[in-house]
Design a protein around this ligand. Structure first.
Ligand code: NIG
Ligand code: FE
Length: 414
């Protein structure tokens, strides 16, 4: 007869799962030994060498996999996944010579997506974003950050944030939401950008904070968007509501938005193609992560490279993300970003993988995700490759054998 306590113990034990004889990329480094990883409930319980595994102690654990490569679940720390319509026609215009900036100045670009997004209802936005989210998840994403910024009215920005929260409730993925009210100046505020910034600071941020809809606040600091001084007002309003801050900075020109973001203790400074090498140490000193978005660089045919060597030399944590959005990076494939980070930006495969795991977690302020260490959330990917570098080397969907979210296998290859 089992006592209630013993039954409880058995149920607890039964939850333990083990992946054996794997090459482990723990979020920063690749193991030199074959490793075993034990998951208990939704957490990593133990990480040890395969040769040191105590088979008696783990006799009760369910073996889920053997061999291959185990990594943290991928973290896509910069996306704009929720929007209406698409911009295939602008893609064609750019192929004929129009620039991203010229299209934006003529009322296209972000504003064309804003028009489509304002017209779309929440169910439509949810359904279209769900397809893109499914693609990210099928390629290994277990955490996805999503920015608003295609509504640009109080009601439409909150609508986008609500859709994101709903995605997080419906799918086995951790969603981090970011209010990007200061993405572009809507036409109804033409010539009155300071008034629009006041709307962002005095209405959007307080409402998003009060309703618990935003985890962070982002801005687009650029000549075609907002000045450094305006972005700083937004960051101050965010801080006043205990929201973390981020910035799209130095994407198309150098306004020194990254240094300003670092002054405001931003979690991350994103894009950075035009960052001056001498500004890299400021990011390191503030603990601000450099989020690299090679998909936008690639899709725009950009030639200006971010100062990778300077970032590396300064010891700035570099994250890598898809920037999935309808304009500059209509790509929902995290592993392609590993490849582009290496081929376009010359990151090493190890740096690229850290960029979509441990460093991406830092860019979102998440302490217990992005690394495979005891106590961390058990978000894992088990891959059908022999070395982690292969994930960056080959662009090849279908290598994800299992995707584990909070201790549950949510995807299993046939
Ligand atoms: O990250 N730079 C601004 N925001 C997006 C592009 C948005 C768009 O073109 O729709 C980006 O590249
Ligand atoms: Fe972006």
């Amino acid at each position: 007869m089992t006592t209630p306590l013993a039954a409880h113990h058995a149920a607890h034990q039964a939850r333990r799962q083990i992946w054996r004889d794997v090459t482990l990329f723990d979020g920063r480094h690749t193991s030199t030994e074959r490793m075993a990883v034990v998951v208990d409930g939704d957490r990593i319980a133990q990480v040890c060498q395969e040769s040191a595994i105590d088979t008696d102690a783990f006799a009760d654990a369910i073996e889920r996999g053997r061999g291959g490569v185990l990594t943290p679940g991928l973290i896509d720390c910069h996306t704009h996944l929720v929007y209406g319509g698409n911009r295939a026609h602008e893609f064609e215009m750019r192929l004929e010579g129009a620039t991203y900036e010229a299209i934006a100045r003529a009322g296209g670009g972000i504003m064309s997506t804003v028009r489509a997004t304002r017209q779309a209802d929440e169910d439509t936005l949810f359904a279209t974003a769900a397809k893109r989210l499914a693609a990210l998840m099928a390629d290994g994403a277990t955490t996805v950050e999503i920015k608003s910024g295609y509504g640009l009215t109080l009601a439409d920005e909150l609508k986008l944030l609500r859709v994101m929260r709903r995605l997080g409730r419906h799918y086995p993925v951790h969603i981090v939401t970011t209010l990007l009210g200061a993405h572009a100046l809507p036409p109804e505020y033409a010539g009155r950008s300071d008034d629009y910034i006041r709307l962002v600071c005095n209405e959007m941020i307080p409402a998003a904070a009060q309703e618990g809809l935003a985890d962070a606040v982002d801005v687009f600091c650029e000549k075609i968007a907002f000045s450094v001084a305006q972005c700083e007002q937004v960051w101050e309003a965010a801080a006043a509501h205990q929201l973390a801050v981020k910035g799209h900075v130095e994407q198309l020109s150098n306004l020194r938005g990254a240094v300003a973001a670092a002054r405001h203790r931003a979690l991350s400074a994103d894009h950075l193609e035009y960052l001056a090498a001498e500004d890299a140490p400021a990011l390191q000193a503030a603990g601000t992560v450099a989020v690299l978005l090679p998909g936008a660089f690639y899709c725009l045919g950009e030639t200006q490279l971010p100062p990778i060597a300077a970032l590396r030399a300064a010891g700035v944590a570099m994250a890598v993300a898809t920037d999935a959005n309808p304009g500059t990076s209509p790509i929902v494939m995290p592993t392609l970003m590993l490849n582009l980070a290496c081929t376009q930006y010359r990151l090493t495969p190890r740096e690229a993988l850290a960029g979509m795991t441990a460093h991406a977690a830092r860019a979102l302020g998440l302490a217990d995700r992005g690394h495979v260490t005891p106590g961390a959330v058990a978000d894992l990917c088990w891959w059908d490759v022999e070395t982690p570098a292969e994930l960056a080397y080959a662009v090849q969907p279908g290598r994800l054998r299992q995707r584990i979210f909070e201790g549950k296998i949510t995807h299993e290859q046939a």
